[in-house]
Design a protein around this ligand. Structure first.
Ligand code: NAD
Length: 370
């Protein structure tokens, strides 16, 4: 067994995949559980050096056996559970398996339970489960660090998904409508770009440094107005923020609807801080990993390519009004190009969009945007 063998679950997800790439790149061995070894991200991970995919369903009856196999001989682990299946059962089973295997540093991707702050806030359902798992990890005495992740830059899409839709207007501009107060700061994170290197660093600093701590992985603190302004600069189109209710115009699972309703009430109406009142950002994340990708850079370098990969063509069809500020395209190219000027859609390692998500839910819906 290699001395740096690390286990991950939900490894095609944006957080874990980012870490798998970083760990593989520095020569660590990775045992990466995936639900399905087919698909864009799973196939990419399978090709990485030192990565062993363990295919298996965390929601199935063989959970314990799957985890025993995953954790065999493993001393470090990054565990990000999702709401698919019974999250608390899966989260506890992972912690138990890690404890049994003698894991010496366990990073769990947690989130706050706003009902625990005694301020009359309701907890967000998809976050309460994570907090319950965090408590369990503490309770069983696993040497652990808890990563609190900000809002992913690539939640934004012009597709009609709730909460982070950048709605394309007839004049080529975008409108982002959300319930967050226009002046309330929000934590931002480029999960694919920055989760991996940050976690790698936390593991390298070791459990003694980080044991029991909550670490915020958020690299920018921007109000919705500031976020729109950065996004506009990056994408080269006007972006306007509208403070309004979450718009739900596609089929979404009922649990996610409830989550969004409570998010609207707790973070929107009651203006509770995203991480609760105690956790600071972005200084901590930046002190761990300095090379983050901000929202402006994301909008400039990635957003339109993800949109293109998602089957959208407005950036090609629009006249040069909004693309002239992009410099790496070929002027004489008559073929359809991506916004970055490439003749064929780019396969951007590790990026995917709702439609191309390897495991998007029914109707192509993509859950997990926040
Ligand atoms: P993701 O949303 O990129 O991918 C979904 C993951 O869920 C995949 O790994 C997939 O394999 C897994 N999955 C398990 N069972 C599945 C099933 N039955 N159908 C479809 N997918 C299934 O993953 P991620 O972003 O790395 O992690 C998601 C978690 O992150 C969620 O719990 C979410 O609450 C949390 N989170 C997200 C944000 C955000 O801004 N998007 C912020 C903080 C926390």
């Amino acid at each position: 067994m290699h001395s740096k063998t690390v286990a991950t679950i939900n490894s095609t997800g944006r957080q874990a995949a980012s870490f798998v790439r970083a760990a593989s790149a520095v020569g660590w061995h990775v045992r990466a559980q995936v639900r399905n070894s087919e698909g864009l991200v799973a196939e990419e991970l399978a090709e990485l050096d030192n990565v062993e995919l363990i295919e298996g369903d965390l929601t199935g009856p063989d959970l314990k056996a799957l985890l025993a196999r995953l954790f065999q001989g493993v001393k470090i682990a990054f565990i990000n559970t999702t709401h698919w299946g019974n999250e608390v059962v899966i989260g506890k089973a992972c912690a138990d398996a890690a404890k049994k295997a003698g894991v010496t540093h366990y990073i769990y991707s947690s989130m706050p339970d706003h009902s625990s702050f005694g301020k009359g806030w309701r907890g967000l359902p998809f976050w309460e489960t994570k907090f319950a798992i965090e408590n369990y990890v503490r309770q069983i005495g696993l040497p652990a660090t808890f990563a609190y992740t900000g809002i992913y830059n690539n939640n934004f899409t012009s597709l009609p998904y709730p909460l982070f839709q950048m709605e394309l207007q007839d004049d080529g501009s975008f409108i982002w409508q959300a319930p967050f107060h226009p002046d309330d700061p929000l934590p931002w994170l480029d999960a694919e770009h920055d989760v991996g290197p940050a976690l790698l660093q936390i593991f390298k600093m070791g459990p003694n440094h980080w044991k029991g701590q909550r670490v915020t992985l958020a690299y920018e603190k921007l109000t919705p107005i500031q976020a729109c302004s950065r996004f506009a600069r990056g994408v080269g189109r006007p972006v306007r923020y509208v403070h309004g209710p979450v718009q739900i115009s596609v089929h979404i699972p009922s649990g996610y609807r409830e989550h969004l309703e409570i998010l609207q009430e707790t973070l929107g109406k009651q203006r509770a801080p995203y991480f609760g009142p105690d956790l600071e950002y972005p200084k901590e994340g930046r002190s761990i990993w300095e090379g983050h990708r901000g929202l402006e850079e994301y909008a400039r370098e990635v957003f339109l390519d993800e949109e293109y990969a998602n089957g959208l063509r407005y950036m090609v069809d629009d006249d040069d009004q909004f693309t002239s500020n992009r410099t790496n395209g070929s002027e004489n190219n008559t073929q359809p190009t991506t916004p970055a000027g490439y003749a064929t859609p780019l396969r951007i390692a590790g990026t995917y969009t709702p439609r191309t998500h390897p495991e998007g839910g029914s109707d192509g819906f993509f859950v997990g945007s926040c």
